[in-house]
Design a protein around this ligand. Structure first.
Ligand SMILES: *Cc1c(COP(=O)(O)O)cnc(C)c1O
Length: 379
């Protein structure tokens, strides 16, 4: 059999190692140091807004975002349902309640009408998810948020390099939160970032990500001996400077990595566009989709699990798409959200990363074509 083709793969090498070496030589390995500061400055070019706080992951960035925006116990937050459950969890970490809203059939981001219908007198904000990196309907969501006096957060975990109406992901809400987990488009293994154009929100988030005090770097070189005072409960949600070094090299690659993924998506579209048993992902108007994953819908006449096993038997990495949040037992009784539930049941992620060769893309498409017409994958 040919070599297996991985579902996802980071693109890391000598450039990342060289940056790590520089961090070692600097002597500052812990978080919120000079390399994090350099990363934060560089990341504002990606997000298009003035402030970045480097974080331990996207979940911690989401938690910090809501704390900075003033969330309290008992509040409700409307959340796009089709997502990795970090989004819902992050609301619960503040003792607030996620209220899940159904998503668009075509691009899987939260349906603005469903958001509006989910608002109650307890609602304080909206978290829209950019599914696999493709931005949600931010103009409509902003109008709803403004009409009801709510804040708007972008879960941009997969969206580095994406854009909406010419504006980059990271600039589309009051605060955006990114992930640099190993499965994302740019990665430090683990890591995250919070971006905002609001200096006050950035300051609040920065304080809370260092146990509630100013980061040590701000006391370096002081003429006195500043001793910080703890006046509120913060967390250790920092990115380490080692990770920030890796991220500097990843930012150099971002444009190429997104271009490579988009080329793979275009090729898949050409090679599989005629298949009746699968629905291919679409890029909606005025968006740039960074394709953190390439997810196809398996027709209900086929058994998705059987399709997956047959693909894996041919060395093709695959997995379900992401989660319908509202059916997760943690969140208790929720109203049915049929679109998200269907995506959760039918979606299959097939290999998508920036290192795929044309030959591999062809092999994946041929395997999908072969497998979906097998008798043994009929439902
Ligand atoms: C990956 C992901 C997260 C979680 O990111 P971490 O960095 O692992 O915390 C949150 N939301 C979405 C949409 C994701 O895809």
């Amino acid at each position: 059999m040919n070599n297996p083709i991985a579902l996802g793969q980071p693109t890391v090498g000598a450039e990342e190692l060289a940056q790590v070496q520089r961090v070692f030589e600097s002597g500052w390995l812990s978080g919120a140091g000079p390399t994090c500061q350099a990363f934060e400055r560089r990341f504002t070019e990606v997000s298009g807004v003035g402030h970045t706080v480097a974080t331990s992951n996207c979940g911690s960035a989401l938690h910090l975002a809501q704390l900075a925006l003033g969330i309290s116990r008992g509040d409700e937050v409307v959340v796009g349902d089709y997502t990795f459950p970090a989004t819902g969890h992050s609301v619960m970490w503040s003792g607030a309640t996620p209220v899940f809203a159904d998503v668009r059939q075509d691009i899987w981001s939260v349906d603005p009408d469903a958001v509006e219908a989910s608002i109650t007198e307890r609602t304080v904000g909206i978290i829209a998810v950019d599914p696999f990196g493709q931005p949600a309907d931010y103009d409509e969501l902003r109008a709803i948020a403004d009409r009801h006096g709510l804040w708007l957060v972008e879960d941009a975990a997969c969206a580095a390099g994406a854009s909406y109406k010419g504006r980059p992901a990271g600039s589309l809400a009051d605060i955006a939160c990114f992930s640099f987990h190993g499965r994302k488009g740019i990665t430090a293994g683990e890591g995250g970032a919070l971006s905002t154009d609001d200096a006050e929100l950035a300051d609040r988030a920065r304080k809370l990500h260092t146990y509630g005090i100013a980061p040590a770097l701000s006391r370096e070189g002081a003429a006195t001996l500043p001793v910080p005072e703890f006046d509120e409960l913060g967390y250790n949600y920092r990115m380490s400077d080692v990770q920030a070094g890796i991220m500097l090299a990843q930012l150099d690659r971002l444009e190429t990595l997104v271009a490579n993924r988009r080329a793979v998506a275009t090729a898949y579209g050409e090679l599989m566009g005629d298949l009746e048993q699968v629905v291919l992902p679409v890029e909606a108007d005025a968006r740039v989709h960074p394709y953190q994953s390439y997810v196809i819908g398996i027709h209900p006449s086929l058994d998705r699990g059987a399709v997956a096993l047959e693909l894996r038997a041919r060395g093709i990495g695959c997995n379900f798409g992401t989660y319908a949040s509202h059916v997760q037992p943690l969140y208790g009784e929720q109203k049915p959200l049929p679109v998200s539930a269907e995506l959760f049941a039918r979606h299959l992620a097939i290999p998508m990363h920036a290192n795929l060769t044309q030959d591999e893309v062809q092999r994946v498409a041929e395997a999908v074509r072969e497998v979906v017409s097998l008798d043994l994958v009929r439902a």
